[in-house]
Structures are given as structure tokens and as C-alpha cells.
Design a binder for this molecule. Structure first.
Ligand SMILES: *Cc1c(COP(=O)(O)O)cnc(C)c1O
Length: 313
């Protein structure tokens, strides 16, 4: 029994089981089951971490992560004021929920998608409204636009299927909907198109990105949002005072500045994705066209669970 002094909305929640824990040191396996990047981080990231000075840790970090905002702004081609840093994309999504949804309101999202959105809604005492994808993982634009939600969270590419919604459809949704449209682009670097160009014309579009998958830094915890300056200004109010630490900031700057290394990993992953689809087809599996670093596939001759266990062995 949960203690009575715990808030009712927290008591009512299921604890979220984290992904399978990392293997013990020395165990010979490459952990990928939470869609990690199989490559190590850039050598420049490791060098930046080794160069961390005691003085940097003695002081508080820059509250808004200005060094990363400047570095990312250059790479992405936006102004630094259009960027918000977070302790992973999940932290950015927490900030987005606080800023755009709030207690008693609705967070809508196509399902199945990224499970964390429903948890974030509960934490803010908001309601989660999951709308099923249409045929072939098409976006239910009308249903979402008419949902009376305060915000729509859209994983794109989708974290469940690996499929993408064309940005023209996201633009149509942003036009038809008054609330915030939060486009979660955790996998965008493995795809061909981003919703970033929409930010300029649509004040209600917020793009969220992560360094976990594209930059091999899931253990570091760094993510960011891109939106119009006035939107970022409001989101900054909703974050923890020092939500990104000094080591993460330094490493994240080195990671985003080393585009050459990151793009090498993306090209390799895309090529392997194509190779894997060909191989799976040859052994009779069915799979969805993926724009991510994973494939959603149907195993023909046994259950998925059996397949997972035999792969583990
Ligand atoms: C992995 C993932 C996240 C979380 O990213 P972190 O930066 O590790 O917090 C958010 N959204 C989607 C869709 C993801 O797949």
C-alpha cells in the first residue's frame, strides 16, 4: 500500500519500468534494445570530457546552456534564442508538458507511439488522449485537430513503427489546431525530412531532439527543443534552474560540432537498415519501411518473445 501522504495522482500511477538495464561490465554484448546507436560517441566528445577542469565543476553551470545553444544554432541554422536545452529529450518533453498542457487539460497523441507521453500527462495532472493511427500509419489529422487538446505530441519518425509523417501533413495539422504541436524528432537524423522548416511559419510548432540515438550519448542525457523565440522564452520558465550539468554541456557541444563523425554513423546505420530489410525479406519476415535505427517486424514462424530470447542467447 502506498503511503497516504503521497499525492493521489501519484498513488494512482503505475511505476514506469525503465528499459532493460545495461549489461554488466565485461559482458560481451552490444545493447541496442532501447534503440541506442551501436557506435561509440565521437572521440572529440571523449576528449572534451577528459579535459573537464575542477573549476568547471566547482561552479554552477550556465543556467540555459548557452554554449550548446550557440553551437547547435550554427549547425542547424537558427538563432540561439530559438533553442532550449534539456537533461535528455525526456526532460524537454516534461518542460513542454508543463508549458503547453497543464493540470486538467488534454495531451493528445497518435497511438501506439512513445509511451512516456501518457506518463508526463499524469504527472502534470493532465489527461492523455491516445488517437489510433489511420491505415498504414497515417496521421489522424482531423481527429487530432478536433480533439480539444491543449497540445499534440507527435513522435516523428514514430518510435513504435519507425514510419514518418510528411512535414506537409504536420503543417496542415499546425494550421488546423490552436494548441502546441510538439514534434518529437528523436530519430530524425536517420530520416530524410525534418519539421524544422515549419518553425519559422508556425508559432505553435516545437521540434524536440535528442543526442541519445543520433550522437551515441544515451548515457550522457542531453536533448533540446527548437521553436520561435517567444515560445522558448516561456519554456525556459518551466525548467529546473540548472537542468543541464557542466559535463553534459561540454560533451554535447563537442558532439554537435563533430558533424562529420555523427554523419558517418548515420550513413552506416541507414545502409545497415537497408541490408537488414533485404535479409529479412529473404527469410520471410514482414517489416515496415523504417526511417529510424530500428525495424518493426513480424516474425513468421514463432512468437516475438521467443525470437527475443533466442537472439539474446
Ligand atoms: C529515445 C526517445 C526519447 C528520449 O530521448 P532522451 O534524450 O534519451 O531522453 C524521446 N522520444 C522518443 C520518441 C524516443 O525514442
Amino acid at each position: 500500500m502506498a503511503p497516504k501522504f503521497v499525492c493521489a495522482h501519484i498513488r494512482a500511477m503505475d511505476g514506469q519500468p525503465p528499459g532493460e538495464p545495461p549489461a554488466a561490465a565485461g559482458e560481451r554484448l552490444i545493447k541496442l534494445n532501447t534503440n541506442e546507436n551501436p557506435f561509440p560517441p565521437s572521440p572529440k566528445v571523449m576528449a572534451a570530457i577528459r579535459d573537464v577542469e575542477p573549476e568547471m565543476l566547482r561552479r554552477y553551470p550556465n543556467a540555459n546552456g548557452d554554449s550548446f545553444r550557440a553551437a547547435a544554432a550554427k549547425v542547424i541554422g537558427v538563432s540561439p534564442d530559438m533553442i532550449l536545452c534539456g537533461n535528455g529529450a525526456d526532460d524537454v518533453l516534461t518542460i513542454a508538458t508543463r508549458t503547453f498542457v497543464g493540470a486538467g487539460n488534454v495531451l493528445a497523441s497518435p497511438v501506439p507511439g512513445y509511451a512516456r507521453y501518457a506518463t508526463l500527462a499524469k504527472l502534470e495532472e493532465a489527461k492523455f488522449f491516445g488517437l489510433p493511427w489511420e491505415k498504414d500509419w497515417a496521421l489522424p489529422i482531423e481527429a487530432l485537430a478536433e480533439s480539444k487538446a491543449a497540445a499534440i505530441f507527435l513522435p516523428n519518425p514514430n518510435s513504435m513503427s519507425g514510419t514518418v509523417v510528411p512535414s506537409a501533413e504536420i503543417a496542415a495539422l499546425a494550421d488546423a489546431f490552436d494548441g502546441a504541436v510538439v514534434v518529437d524528432e528523436a530519430y530524425v537524423d536517420f530520416a530524410d525530412e525534418s519539421s524544422l522548416p515549419l518553425v519559422k511559419e508556425h508559432a505553435n510548432v516545437v521540434v524536440v531532439r535528442s543526442l541519445s540515438k543520433a550522437y551515441s550519448l544515451a548515457g550522457l542525457r542531453f536533448g533540446y527543443a527548437i521553436a520561435q523565440e517567444a515560445v522558448i522564452e516561456e519554456m525556459l520558465k518551466a525548467k529546473d534552474s540548472f537542468n543541464v550539468d557542466a559535463i553534459a554541456l561540454t560533451a554535447a557541444c563537442a558532439a554537435i560540432e563533430d558533424q562529420e563523425y555523427a554523419q558517418m554513423t548515420w550513413q552506416n546505420i541507414r545502409a545497415e537498415r537497408e541490408r537488414l530489410t533485404t535479409e529479412l525479406e529473404a527469410v520471410g519476415w514482414r517489416w515496415l519501411l523504417s526511417r529510424t535505427n530500428f525495424l518493426l517486424a513480424t516474425v513468421p514462424d514463432r512468437s516475438g518473445k521467443e525470437m527475443i530470447n533466442s537472439l539474446k542467447r
